[in-house]
Design a protein around this ligand. Structure first.
Ligand code: DON
Length: 585
């Protein structure tokens, strides 16, 4: 692309913007075209792109694309590779959601491979004898684990929508586990943070720590022979190995030995579900995202609907007037989340109402443009979060225009910290995403009621928001993030930065973000907002809290129809956007 090309388009867009702005209308910005005058630059490629939070895994996916595999092949390969190279979030023992746009079928599918509560789970599973929720039991015990969905989900995607065999896409992960990976600085850091938790599970300590119990230093070669064996069994026997075969037996033995709940029947019954994505529109773009049991898509669309009523670009990016509208919109969406969202197989979730323009108009009308509405006036008051969690997102785009946006997780960093002895992988603690008691916040400070109460075989409510944005039916953006409740607002701000402010995907990711989730009634913000802006916001009645952690880590790909633009969020070192320039024929 000629350097001045993007610049000219930008100027053209700017003049259109001014004209329509004067006419009092907000409008769509151009697609994320690169401008060489920008401060942040995406990776550009012509024939494919993989963006993930760990560079080796991104390269695994890009190699599959370069060999002619499609986006689903590459996504599944990346997903299995992350299990080896990013053990804090990449997983076999967790679950997630995959959104895939299939160019030939002109269809976008959503695979729900969220964990389910074991049959023996019940409403008061985590309520102790004193009547209070026992967070240790909910988060750090064998009972924290839902029946894992990742293996079934990735295998389903591969079989139905991939072009290569499961064994072919799993081969790189097997080799990495067997030969070993070099521990990177970020991995050494992350293992150091988690070491005290991992030491409590002798299996986990054996897999990830040195014999003395210390975390391995950067440069150490970490081999994972048990994980390699498990991966090979899945690659050769299919997901049955995990759900009814030798791996299932290891999981059941682990559960029996430690008072866990997952049985052979729970594993044998696990099924990923294909669901219709949730859809909406925003300033002429089509938004396609994950439906319940994730709350992500519903509230992303709900918030976009509310924000569509204002000309945000005219307010100025991250100005107090802009951020106030965002905060008030977030507050109202998260109040609805706590009330209405849960597993749609168990509760009726009013998706159509929540994502309607009418509901958005009512919410918008309730917003005072100069004063914060206390959350207590939106719904009853409850309490705060404090954890250091991990999930991971990756986006893949192939030369044909197939797109995958996938988020999966163990919930916390390294899940419950408990590994399945002999099987080489960690167990999730996704059961804490249920509402253990009405009104009692989970680790993210999220509160819920009966819609998200624990029930046997139910999926806990999630915030994961794999998203694809379309313009005139063509995909132009794939994004997603980790961060628990912060995921939805991080994805929202990526979409706004691209659509309303015309930023390229790297610029969009680099901007400081804010987050509000109704309860606690606080605005979390990242560094980079001006003190003047913060003063204006507190003058409006907002309580501002510098976020103790980053607000999401997005992995985004944009397309202008010709080129692909990848951006790995700079909020964690070690990720990479890997471009493919040509396909081997
Ligand atoms: O499904 C959810 O919403 C959470 N279990 C995700 C956890 C998460 O994103 C932690 N990441 N940093």
């Amino acid at each position: 692309m000629k350097p001045e090309h993007g610049h000219r388009l930008r100027l053209l867009a700017l003049s259109c913007w001014l004209v329509l702005g004067l006419a009092g209308r907000a409008l769509a910005a151009p697609p994320p075209i690169i401008d060489y005058a920008d401060r942040f630059h995406p990776v550009v490629g012509a024939a494919g792109m993989v963006v993930s939070q760990e560079a080796v895994a991104s390269r695994v996916g890009a190699d599959i694309l370069a060999r002619g595999g499609n986006a689903v092949d590459a996504a599944v390969a990346t997903g299995f590779a992350l299990t080896v190279t990013l053990p804090q979030a990449g997983n076999l023992g967790g679950g997630g959601f995959m959104l895939a746009h299939l160019k030939e079928q002109n269809q976008t599918i959503a695979i729900d491979y969220r964990e389910v509560a074991p049959r023996a789970a019940h409403r008061d599973l985590f309520v102790g004898a004193n009547g209070a929720v026992d967070p240790e039991l909910a988060r750090f015990s064998h009972r924290s684990a839902g029946v894992p969905g990742t293996v079934a989900g990735l295998a389903l995607a591969q079989k139905k929508y991939g072009t290569l065999s499961l064994a072919e896409v799993m081969a790189p992960a097997i080799a990495l586990a067997e030969k070993g990976i070099r521990v990177t600085r970020p991995l050494a850091f992350s293992l150091g943070e988690a070491a005290s938790r991992l030491r409590k599970s002798s299996a986990a300590a054996g897999y990830y720590l040195l014999p003395g119990g210390e975390p391995p230093p950067p440069g150490h070669r970490l081999q994972q022979p048990d994980l390699a064996r498990t991966l090979r069994q899945i690659a050769t026997q299919g997901p049955q190995a995990f759900y009814t075969g030798a791996v299932a037996a290891q999981i059941v033995a682990e559960m029996k030995a430690h008072d866990g709940l997952i049985t052979a029947q729970d594993l044998a019954e696990y099924q990923p579900v294909e669901r219709a994505p949730v859809t909406g529109t925003y300033r002429g773009y089509q938004v396609v995202a994950m439906p319940p049991p994730s709350s992500g898509g519903v509230h992303l669309i709900q918030m976009l609907n509310v924000l569509e009523g204002w000309n945000l670009a005219a307010l100025g990016h991250n100005s107090a007037a802009y951020l106030h509208r965002l905060i008030e919109t977030m507050r109202r969406a998260y109040a609805d989340r706590g009330e209405y969202l849960g597993d749609p197989d168990f509760v009726a979730v009013p998706v159509t109402e929540l994502t309607s323009k009418d509901h958005a108009a009512r919410l918008r009308a309730s917003i005072d443009l100069t004063h914060a509405t206390p959350s207590s006036a939106v719904a009853p008051t409850l309490k705060l979060p404090a954890e250091s969690p991990q999930t991971t997102h990756f986006s893949v785009w192939d030369a044909k225009g197939n797109v995958v946006s996938n988020t999966y997780t163990l919930n916390f960093s390294y899940g419950s910290g408990i590994a399945v002895a002999g099987a080489g992988f960690l167990l999730n603690n996704e059961m804490d995403d249920f509402s253990a008691q009405p009104g009692v916040p989970n680790a993210y400070g999220l509160v819920g009621g009966s819609a998200n109460a624990i029930e046997a075989r139910k999926r806990p409510l999630s915030s994961m928001t794999p998203t694809i944005l379309f313009k005139d039916g063509k995909p132009i953006l794939a994004t997603g993030s980790p961060g628990g409740p912060v995921i939805i607002t991080a994805v929202l701000q990526i979409v706004l930065n691209v659509v309303d402010f015309g930023m390229n995907v790297a610029d969009a990711a680099a901007q400081p973000r804010i987050h509000h989730q109704w309860q606690p009634d606080q605005v979390f913000y990242e560094t980079g907002l001006s003190p003047d802006t913060l003063t204006l916001l507190s003058g409006m009645g907002h309580t501002l809290v510098r976020s103790p952690r980053v607000l999401g880590r997005t992995q985004t790909i944009g397309s202008d129809g010709t080129l692909l633009y990848g951006a790995n969020d700079t909020r964690w070192p070690g990720g990479e956007a890997v471009a493919v320039e040509a396909i081997a024929r």
